[in-house]
Design a protein around this ligand. Structure first.
Ligand code: SAM
Length: 212
């Protein structure tokens, strides 16, 4: 994602009721934020939040947490979020997912969505990929034993790397397609902002759903 500094974004986020601040203090207590016991689904690297907002509208009995590293991106998601204050099952966190285990307790999360994650194409940056073995190890701790990760990307190299890494780390593949929009798995698919953009350019969308 092209990053442009948005003046005032940090202040806007700090003042927002739609962002959970001091997120580490909620480790093991996320149900207090939502005031119910519904399952928690997170999207890591939500960008402008198109996908997770539609998920929250579609599944009111699931609690959604959108995680984004950069204030200048999160502030764009907030602009849309503020138009729908009635969505009680959605909050945002500004954080680097590297520290995800400081924020969620063992098995606190039911599902993780990784959508169009940054590819980090150079080998020396492979560990930064959100589907690297280091990140999969972190997800193992926070994800319920029967939970899943769903990963979508148009980037073929990142997808093949992610399939190989999941296999090497002992994750099991529930479903996989290299052309999501023309597959049996497209029913009920909610498109992300990048998915709309890249499928519009004719790129095929890869998807896999994995569990431990
Ligand atoms: N998921 C959105 C979509 O599909 O439209 C946005 C995709 S965009 C290419 C990737 C997003 O992930 C960017 O907004 C980036 O800032 C965020 N991101 C990358 N690394 C991250 C990390 N370690 N923790 C949290 N967010 C991250």
């Amino acid at each position: 994602m092209r990053l442009r500094n948005v003046p005032g974004s940090r202040e806007t986020i700090a003042d927002s009721e739609f962002v959970t601040h001091n997120e580490e203090s909620y480790k093991g207590h996320w149900k207090d934020i939502f005031q119910n016991d519904n399952p928690i689904h997170i999207e890591i690297g939500m960008g402008k939040g198109t996908f997770i907002m539609e998920m929250a509208r579609t599944y009111p009995n699931i609690n959604f947490i959108g995680i984004e590293k950069y204030s200048s991106v999160l502030v764009r998601a907030l602009e849309k979020r503020e138009e729908e204050p009635e969505l009680k099952n959605l909050t945002f966190i500004r954080m680097d997912a590297e520290y995800i285990e400081n924020v969620f307790d063992e098995e606190e999360v039911s599902e993780i969505y990784l959508n169009f994650s940054d590819p980090w194409p150079k080998d020396r940056n492979a560990k930064r990929r959100l589907t690297s073995s280091r990140f999969l190890g972190r997800y193992t701790h926070i994800l319920k034993k029967d939970g899943h990760i769903t990963f979508k990307t148009d980037n073929v190299d990142l997808f093949e790397f992610s399939v190989d890494t999941a296999n090497e780390c002992g994750w099991k593949i529930d479903c996989i397609t290299r052309d999501l929009h023309n597959s049996e798995y497209n029913k009920g698919n909610i498109m992300t902002e990048y998915e709309k953009k890249f499928s519009g350019l004719g790129h095929k969308i890869n998807m896999m759903k994995i569990h431990q």
